[in-house]
Write a protein that binds this ligand. Sequence first.
Ligand code: G3P
Length: 215
Amino acid sequence: MKFFIDTANLAQIKEAQELGVLDGVTTNPSLMAKEGIKGEENIKKHYVDICNIVTGDVSAEVISTDYEGMIREGDAFAKLHPQIVVKIPMIKEGVKAIKYFSSKGIRTNCTLIFSAGQALVAAKAGASFVSPFIGRLDDVCTDGVELIADIRQIFDNYGIRTEILAASIRHPMHIIQCAKVGADVATCPLSAILALLKHPLTDSGLAQFLADSKK
Ligand code: G3P
């Protein structure tokens, strides 16, 4: 399973990259706003900065909701860097935009996926990734991981090559559960990735080894 980091924070992206297990980055307008990145030119520059830190895919999300606007924004993002994947919301105009980008060989990530039907339509339009938001489903008493499993089954039934990018991951067990049901990618906060490394028996075992080495 690929690990993406879900942030626009350059320090966190660098930290994850230096760990040596990072395969890409996802952002969204809320994450950009959190870092105080405003205005079209600053946003584009920030995406280039991210591409210069990591070697993998970097999802850049459009804010237009009409077809022409999404095409204009997505075309401009795609020209910034070969690592850019244009992130498009799961709405009717977005599906048309995904089809346009796919016919031009520009990779897309269809975001705000909350049902298997939405994932299937995005895949049929040619999305490179679909992003089911599992944490937000859990928040409303719906099993987010079950959605990942459903999409996996459907994509496998038909040999669909669109990658399942589990998003809205809140904790390390989400990552493990997504890996068990076959998500292709998990996009995570840095805290969830770092939490995978931790185990109290590792810490106590290491402390014991270091103490014994001095004997
Ligand atoms: O990037 C989209 C997604 O990961 C958002 O997560 O925590 O805001 O639901 P969250």
